[in-house]
Design a protein around this ligand. Structure first.
Ligand code: XBP
Ligand code: MG
Length: 239
């Protein structure tokens, strides 16, 4: 058997490190809409469809363009989107602080196993940077921010997933080739992004993404709860 040349693990956040969407981001968007006197409401089903658009600001714009009749399109959409999204982020951070969002099973253990084995760690996500640092420091301690050598998040790159930009930014920051890394993703958009950057990708699904097409993934599991670092190293050494 070949020895593994795996050097870094790169994690998506939403849906991968934590189940953030249905009871986190979705609620925060709806609360922000209400703050602004809008009657918009994203129920669980509609939100599932809107998840095909990555990025909160992009998702609001898509909703306005595709789900509202032109007569209901707000004036000054650009400034409204910025203000709505800022309010949404504040609500999301409050939900997080109130314990409404937790790390998925196995994540803390896997991160600790990786650190003990000397693997490097990074984040590649579409979400706003504050959302990432709040999640990590709440569940893994403030010092955990230093465990990640690259935290690629939000508007740091021009094109969000499924474009490869955020993973390419992380690879450049780590100064590693794609083949030396393993990405963890929960969605087809995330998988496409990581694969477009050439990175082998492990998919861990959730209720919103379980039906998606994960062709090209190294492995697809419902959870990382029972996945040990040794399993990853073995799988990786065989590709
Ligand atoms: C996650 C997202 C994010 C969140 C909202 O995609 O699309 O936009 O839903 O975050 P991925 P913001 O897991 O593929 O990175 O509102 O902060 O953009
Ligand atoms: Mg995700």
């Amino acid at each position: 058997m070949k020895t593994s040349n795996l050097q870094a693990l790169i994690f998506d956040v939403d849906g991968t490190l934590a189940e953030t969407e249905r009871d986190g981001h979705r609620i925060a968007f709806n609360t922000a809409f209400a703050d602004f006197g809008l009657t918009w409401h994203w129920d669980v089903g509609l939100y599932g469809k809107l998840l095909s658009i990555t990025g909160g600001k992009e998702r609001i714009r898509h909703f306005v363009a595709h789900d509202l009749p032109p007569s209901e399109h707000p004036k000054s959409l650009d400034s409204l989107v910025v203000a709505l999204h800022a309010a949404k982020t504040a609500h999301y951070l409050r939900l997080l602080e109130n314990g409404k969002i937790a790390l998925r099973p196995g994540i803390a253990r896997l991160l600790n196993e990786a650190r003990a084995a000397g693997l490097r760690l990074a984040i590649a996500t579409t979400t706003t940077p504050e959302n990432v640092s709040a999640l990590l420091s709440l569940y893994l301690g403030q010092e955990s921010l230093g465990w990640f050598e690259a935290i690629g998040a939000g508007d740091i790159v021009p094109h969000k997933k499924p474009a490869p930009d955020i993973y390419e930014w992380v690879l450049k920051t780590l100064n590693l080739p794609a083949e030396a890394c393993l990405a963890f993703e929960d969605s087809a958009n995330g998988l496409r992004s990581a694969r477009a950057a050439g990175i082998p990708t492990w998919v861990t699904t959730n209720a919103y993404t379980a039906h998606e097409d994960f062709s090209g993934a190294l492995s697809v599991t419902h959870t990382l709860e029972n996945v040990r670092l040794d399993d990853l190293l073995k799988m990786f050494s065989n590709i």
